[in-house]
Design a protein around this ligand. Sequence first.
Ligand code: SAM
Length: 308
Amino acid sequence: MGSCTSKSQIASKPPTKAVTSSTGTASRTRVMADREYHNVEASTYVLPKDDREKDRLHEQHYLLKEKFGGNLLKPEFTVKLFEKDLKVLDIGCGPGTWLMDLATEYPNSNFYGVDITDTFPQAIHPRNLQFQVANVLEPLPFDFKFDFIHVRLLTVALRESEWEIAFRNIYNSLKPGGIFQITEGCPLLNTTDPEMLVIRTNMAQLVRKKQQNPDMASQLDVVLEQENFKVLHKQAIELPLGHGTPADIATGDVYKEVLLGMAPFMAAQMSVDIEEYKRLVHKAAANMGPNKASIPLWGYIAQRPSDN
Ligand SMILES: C[S@@+](CC[C@H](N)C(=O)[O-])C[C@H]1O[C@@H](n2cnc3c(N)ncnc32)[C@H](O)[C@@H]1O
């Protein structure tokens, strides 16, 4: 599987309107079009952080788990690692669903989750799991190193130039011989539907304008090797959207929720009001099934080489 998009044009600046939250987390939250977003100025991340987004991420986790056949890629290699008690970190953990699953399955290992914003569970989580706010673009706030680090779906969070910084910070937080698992996707779906293609083209322009590379997921092995990782495994998966098994149909709904979550940014990009943008999304999403839409994902296992 090659790249997921052809070159996109750079679009003009959208007039997004932000209102500060009055919920007591004003410094970390801004509200736009009735959805809560992070308020980290330097970040290009455009998805919300509210309960509706947490629900979407929980559902997406279980759909991806089914599609990849479990939480660990290359299980014939990785599952064996968990026979020992490990220190495991998930970066950009969101509501922590991957961690909750693993922490329950491996009660003798210790799990840590970090995210740029406090979307993770504050009170109810397994005893061997803890969370804190941290940015992958800064040195990670731990005075020990990890056996296993996990990242999933940061493609619309990092500028193209930021991947090497993120991977350097991850490398420095791994023990020599430690393992890094990353799964990323192209945010742009494959479709022939003319209405969805308009949305896709605008999303491509939006991410390029944010200096993100929508094709990054297919090229991460190059950056990993640049940052001294040894790439042990690369796999590609095409996720059907809205057609196929009940899980594939649900995956279409999850993707529609992504489009709706980006509404303030995408409406500005398309020069339409938010209600009109949502109408366009609902209409185009209804055609994902009949048009056999899909989205490509890539998974990698890499290793920090052992010290000799
Ligand atoms: C698409 S969600 C994926 C969540 C989770 N990894 C999963 O697969 O369910 C991306 C997450 O990355 C977080 N994020 C964005 N930029 C980040 C950064 N620079 N450092 C740490 N987390 C970040 C977001 O707040 C969000 O929770």
